[in-house]
Ligand binder design. Sequence first.
Ligand code: ZN
Length: 88
Amino acid sequence: MILLAMRRTTASPTRTRAWTLPLPSSIRLALEHIRDALQRIEDGTFGRCVVDGEPIEPKRLEAVPWTLYCLKHQNELATESATRTPSL
Ligand SMILES: [Zn+2]
């Protein structure tokens, strides 16, 4: 659940009520990625690959700002993932 809005109640103009709605898992996951990226900005590690610490390609960061990996390591992960998936 995520805080959607704050609204003053009619009973008391000084009190507020939090309204929450369940979010689809894809949106929840995207929010987690964005939150993690914001934390990396605060930590000073944003834009660095978590595997080798090298700068992530600027074009990649423009396309996927919350990415954890440089293109080389993203491709390695994708290849590993594809080889682990049993073929039918
Ligand atoms: Zn890397």
